[in-house]
Design a protein around this ligand. Structure first.
Ligand SMILES: O=P(O)(O)OC[C@H]1O[C@](O)(CO)[C@@H](O)[C@@H]1O
Ligand SMILES: [Mn+2]
Length: 441
């Protein structure tokens, strides 16, 4: 086994991991409890007294969870039977086995940040599924929907841009097509600023005109491998036989505005024939506040389809058709809501790894995917991305991520240190972004 650096952890007092566990996660839990409170009458209307009792139970389980976290109690096994309960509990044992006798039990501030943060979202889900008949309830649904509604102006601008582009797409020469591809990639990158976990569950929608800000935002792209994506896909297009396919996979991140940017990009990939199929991977359970589930995916397409604007509703109708025709395929897999680093995928989820190997290109959206790709470890800034992937090479891949955690690899020697000196929050504020590619050149 290759030697890998230590995991980021709340042990490092003052680090972003520490502050997330200390402040951001309890704040999110408090919001979740508040959301349940606010839905009390809805639960009563739907389920009578049983609904109210269930709400009380979920709240008491979540309050207990918040207390465990704030007093740095040991991490306890999951109890409610669900598809992934055994895998989770095995992982808990594995984490425990990494500690020396004297270190005691896995604890919130002591264990790897990636592990405890994922565990927190899994425990929220456990509290909900332990509370029937409200065990279907997505505690983050409201915020995700609000994010979408608040971004309406940007959604209109983006859908209009896409539809105008499609009208003339056949007249575009290679360079023009490439420019448009790059524009939509950048929009999808900056769409990742809109997650609701970094903001502690508070609103974080797209209000500025991102289309017209791309030039101003360029200096904040620290690594830009867009050219590789273009060479790869335009080459697939040129060499593809008549009946054969080019598959692009998008491992989705947040619903709301970010998902719109991803679907616009996916639409462009089909319209430009850079891809013939787009496969989307979402989350099976509500995750990191704003992450996309199948419900969010379907809900958003439905909203766009019924949008009060000609070009918005045209997009929605086209997207629904792509899904019906199988040109867009949505997939679920429990692996995406496990705490494992992606290099463990061949062992933990060999079926998923085999599926990913069928891709011509995989786009990993967002910060959490980056953390899992690189194992959420204390890598040196200049370590090559290929090395940090630690053997995870299912197909050519690219991460499209705004920086929201203290991890970044593949920088030029001295670049990270320089940023650190001039702007200490450069890697946690979401201000900077990367397109980082790994695969044959
Ligand atoms: O939606 P994203 O881009 O994966 O970001 C999730 C966010 O949650 C965090 O885990 C913080 O809670 C950060 O790593 C990141 O900012
Ligand atoms: Mn997210």
């Amino acid at each position: 086994m290759a030697v890998v650096p230590a995991s980021l952890s709340g042990q490092d007092v003052g680090s972003f991991a520490y502050l997330t566990i200390k402040d951001r996660i309890p704040q999110i839990l408090t919001k979740v409890i508040d959301t349940l409170h606010r839905h009390k009458s809805e639960f009563f209307e739907k389920h009578g007294e049983e609904g109210v009792e269930a709400e009380k139970k979920a709240i008491s389980l979540l309050s207990k969870l918040r207390n465990e976290l704030q007093t740095d109690k040991p991490i306890i096994p999951l109890v409610e039977k669900f598809v992934d309960t055994d895998i989770w509990n095995q992982y808990l044992e594995y984490q425990q086995s990494l500690l020396n006798e004297s270190d005691g039990k896995s604890r919130w501030f002591y264990s790897p940040w990636l592990f405890v943060e994922c565990y927190m979202y899994r425990r929220i889900h456990e509290a909900i599924i332990q509370s029937p008949p409200i065990d279907y309830f997505d505690v983050f649904k409201e915020s995700k929907e609000q994010n979408f509604y608040e971004s309406q102006e940007s959604v209109i601008a983006l859908c209009t841009h896409l539809q105008q582009l499609i009208k003339t797409i056949e007249d575009l020469d290679e360079n023009q097509l490439k420019d448009e591809f790059f524009k939509l990639l950048q929009i999808s990158l900056w769409g990742n600023k809109c997650d609701l976990s970094l903001s502690g569950g508070e609103s974080s929608s797209q209000k500025t005109d991102v289309l017209n800000s791309l030039e101003d935002l360029k200096p904040f792209i620290l690594l830009n491998d867009m050219e590789h994506l273009w060479s790869l896909l335009s080459n697939c297009k040129k060499t593809r036989e008549k009946a054969s396919v080019t598959r692009v996979y998008i491992v989705l991140d947040n619903s709301g505005f970010e998902l719109v940017t991803d679907l616009v990009l996916a639409n462009f990939l089909l319209s430009s024939e850079l891809a013939t199929e787009v496969h989307f991977y979402g989350k099976t359970i509500p995750w990191f506040v704003s992450d996309t589930t199948i419900h969010d995916f379907n809900w958003l397409i439905e909203q766009v389809k019924h949008g009060n604007h000609k070009w918005v509703s045209k997009c929605g109708a086209d997207w629904e058709e792509y899904v019906e025709m199988g040109k867009w395929v949505y997939h679920d897999h429990i692996f995406w809501t496990l705490p494992h680093e992606y290099c463990a995928m061949p062992q933990v989820a060999p079926d998923l790894y085999a599926e990913l190997q069928k891709a011509h290109l995989i786009l990993f959206k967002g910060d959490l995917n980056y953390r899992k790709l690189t194992g959420d470890r204390k890598w040196e800034f200049s370590v090559p991305f290929h090395q940090a992937l630690n053997g995870f090479h299912p197909a050519p891949l690219c991460t499209i991520r705004t920086l929201k955690a203290e991890i970044q690899v593949g920088l030029k020697p001295g670049q990270g240190e320089q940023l650190m000196a001039s702007e200490p929050c450069w890697w946690t504020s979401g201000k900077y972004g990367v397109f980082q590619y790994d695969g044959p050149l």
